[in-house]
Design a protein around this ligand. Sequence first.
Ligand code: DAH
Length: 341
Amino acid sequence: MLDRRIQELESGSLARIRSARSPDDLEAIRVELFGRRDGAFTLIGKEMGRLKPDERRRIGLLLNAAKRNLEEALDLKKRQFADAELSARLDAEWIDLTLPAPGPRRGHLHPMTQIQRELEELFVSLGFTVLDGPEVETEYHNFDALNIPATHPARDAQDTFWLENGLLLRTHTSPVQVRGMEKLGPPLRMIAPGRAFRNETVDASHEHTFYQLEGMMVDRDVSVAHLLYFMRTLLAAIFKREVEVRLRPGYFPFVEPGFELDIRCVICGGTGCAVCKQNGWVELLPCGLVHPNVLSMSGIDPEQWNGFAFGLGLTRLAMMRHAIDDIRLLQGNDLRFLEQF
Ligand code: DAH
């Protein structure tokens, strides 16, 4: 009787194990067979108590063999499920390690740096040297050597950041002219891009820190015609076309004659807009012929040599070029703004 039951249990269970569809199915079968309280094997084990000793040993051997077979079948099936799951996961997670990496995100130069580098290249191609000067300057280089009288308002603490040690933050890049003349002597062609600082209330068109590009050429018989030629060349290079210019008289103690060079507004073409404040022209390039006092203070004989100088408002130029209407945008590092250039 028990022989039959054990045989049927074994063959029936083997078939079920082989056709199980999931690890959960398997677990259910395992509990049905070997569950401690009412698993089939437990029940049969209990019934064996009533058998005679010989019979009990014989059935016990049968039962153990069936149990071992079923346990092996369960193990095997369980491993098959695990293998299948692993290979499905490997298929899903497959990556090609030989693909090139995406690499870091590429940025670009700040619009001020771009314009500065373009102008440096242009002037170098015209035979000019690019000079650098200190941002913390002496009163002599920033004012005296540029023929700026002691009474000039720029010397006032209202306009200039004075340091406690008597030095100051340069208010323009013009002191680099002086350093260039002192260091290199005539003939001289130099530019000096850099930051300048003024004790200024900040608004859409004023910053306490801004960029200028100073230029100077000292040679024999330099005239306003030379000055105009270089200024036109400079503007055409930046705006990639001819730009209409006009000269107005302007007073700067270090040049004589001195000019304000205006350009026809490149935003509106001269009809009037917010950038040119409705007047069609934009003041961009103060310049002039170097004052004889300035030459002689730096050890150059004004009877032998003369020259021109200019102080380009680099920040203003970048604003014109990109039609930027608030200077503060260029000073900040807001990527939403910078990524447009
Ligand atoms: N340094 C002057 C300023 O910042 C600008 C300037 C005017 C520079 C005339 C020059 C020049 O070289 O010739 O306002």
